[in-house]
Ligand binder design. Structure first.
Ligand SMILES: Cc1ncc(COP(=O)(O)O)c(C=O)c1O
Length: 448
């Protein structure tokens, strides 16, 4: 017998019996969503919202892509599950497809069901291959929620796990953040001290297995490194025998106007992790892709990792379809083109709104960084405000945007704009008009 849900109580039951993630539970009133299509989703009252952040920067193809839905249905009828020790058509097909789109040289794959698990795999693999322990990550970063990946996360989502939950050996480097440089330098002319400092850390720490970076940092502010950064990091890693892990969970699959963010700089990491857009998030799939050198190591060494759901056929089939759809719809080029338009439209807001400190982005991946004071670059809220559960100014702006029918993701003191790659210029205009109106809330609190 199916459970009967009393009318109008879906939100209340959801909040009472299931956890709301990354929040205080009190006061959670999740909006009841009943449908989604293209760049929009619909609540139970029939109200439609423009999805200006692709949910969690993951619904790359937009909602209800028919080819991906069909691939799920077909695979469910054919072979829903088989243990990872077996070969399947879909596993072979996805492997060949990945070889076409990943940076050349990454050619052995471990499939997971999240970005978190992809990074856990990467950390374990790096430790097994190098025989070393330490992982260098950066402060403004997010790499996942389980023990290893949260320990490697620089942002305050790690704080509640300190210190007992910390895995040994994770150390943090300064982030690359030219608008608010943690080293108080100014680009150009800084010699990219933040990347040179990683070399210094490797030299003085010893026992470093890998450097783990988001090539374009996502939630923590869409931080785009100067052109020299990633090639120099590659050189530093090569010179010291340290593995370079690129976390492209959010930045992959066309988000930045290339298949992967590392493609902007022609850098091939030793390990690339990804998830989200690989299936347009319709089913949970993550990927840890490694170089042949790493793959060869395990020919004669025990690969001490696995999951029941590794290479789960139902997760792989939609990935083949999603990648094919990105190609068929020319979404890489479209992300670059529509992204340039979006950037220009966002920059038009700067002179109008004293609360905008910085607008930065690449492809269809943008952040609007809000400040109380443009001179001092002081933010409206801090990371401490976030973990204390205080209502942040960016949350109020996001709420106002929802009132105006546009959904986007706020974080500490910036807004992340990352719509489905199929978004039209008209839809971009709609989202920006709502943002233009909602920013008045921040302007009122900014120093004149
Ligand atoms: C850069 C990055 N790495 C890892 C993760 C974790 O992925 P998941 O939430 O699929 O576990 C995320 C999630 O947002 C992310 O943005």
């Amino acid at each position: 017998m199916s459970a009967q849900v009393p009318e109008g109580s879906v939100s209340e039951i959801t909040a009472r019996y299931t956890y709301g993630t990354w929040r205080f539970q009190k006061g959670w009133k999740p909006l009841h969503i009943v449908d989604a299509e293209g760049c929009h989703f619909t609540d139970s009252s029939g109200r439609r919202y423009l999805d200006f952040s692709s949910q969690l920067m993951c619904v790359t193809l937009g909602h209800k892509n028919p080819a991906v839905v069909a691939a799920i249905e077909e695979q469910a009828g054919k072979l829903a599950y088989i243990a990872p020790g077996f070969a399947t058509d879909v596993r072979a097909r996805l492997s060949l497809k990945l070889l076409e789109v990943l940076p050349a040289g990454l050619d052995k794959f471990f499939f997971t069901t999240s970005g978190t698990e992809a990074n856990e795999a990467a950390i374990k693999i790096a430790r097994m291959v190098t025989g070393r322990t330490k992982i260098i990550s950066r402060y403004r970063s997010y790499h996942g929620s389980t023990m290893g990946s949260i320990a490697a996360t620089g942002d305050p989502r790690r704080w509640p796990m300190e210190p007992a939950g910390k895995i040994p050996g994770v150390i943090f480097a300064p982030e690359v953040h030219c608008y608010k440089c943690p080293l108080l330098h100014h680009y150009p002319g800084c010699g990219i001290a933040c990347v040179e400092y990683i070399g210094h850390m490797i030299e003085h720490e010893s026992d470093v297995a890998a450097v783990l970076v988001e090539p374009v940092v996502g939630t923590n502010g869409v931080l785009i490194p100067p052109a020299e950064y990633m090639p120099r990091l590659r050189q530093i890693c090569d010179a010291t025998g340290v593995l370079l892990i690129a976390d492209e969970v959010m930045s992959g699959w066309g988000r930045t106007g290339k298949w992967f963010a590392v493609d902007h700089w022609g850098v091939t990491p030793d390990i690339l992790t990804t998830a989200k857009g690989i299936t347009s998030a319709y089913v949970p799939l993550g990927l840890c892709a490694t170089s042949r050198k790493i793959a060869s190591f395990f020919d004669d060494h025990y690969f001490a990792h696995g999951h029941t759901y590794e290479a789960h056929p139902l997760t792989l089939a939609p990935a083949v379809a999603a990648i094919s759809e990105i190609e068929r719809l020319h979404l890489i080029d479209r992300a670059a083109e529509t992204g340039a338009y979006m950037g220009a439209r966002l920059r038009e807001l700067v002179p109008k709104h004293p609360s905008i400190g910085d607008v930065r982005g690449l492809g269809l991946f943008w952040a609007v960084d809000l400040v109380k004071n443009r001179e001092t670059k002081e933010s409206f809220n801090s990371m401490a405000d976030k973990v204390a559960g205080r209502t942040l100014l960016v949350d109020r702006i996001a709420a106002e945007m929802m009132n105006r029918g546009v959904f986007l993701q706020p974080w500490i003191s910036h807004l992340v704009i990352a719509p489905p790659l199929i978004i039209t210029r008209e839809e971009v205009d709609t989202g920006i008009a709502a943002l233009d109106a909602a920013l008045v809330i921040a302007d009122r609190e900014a120093d004149a």
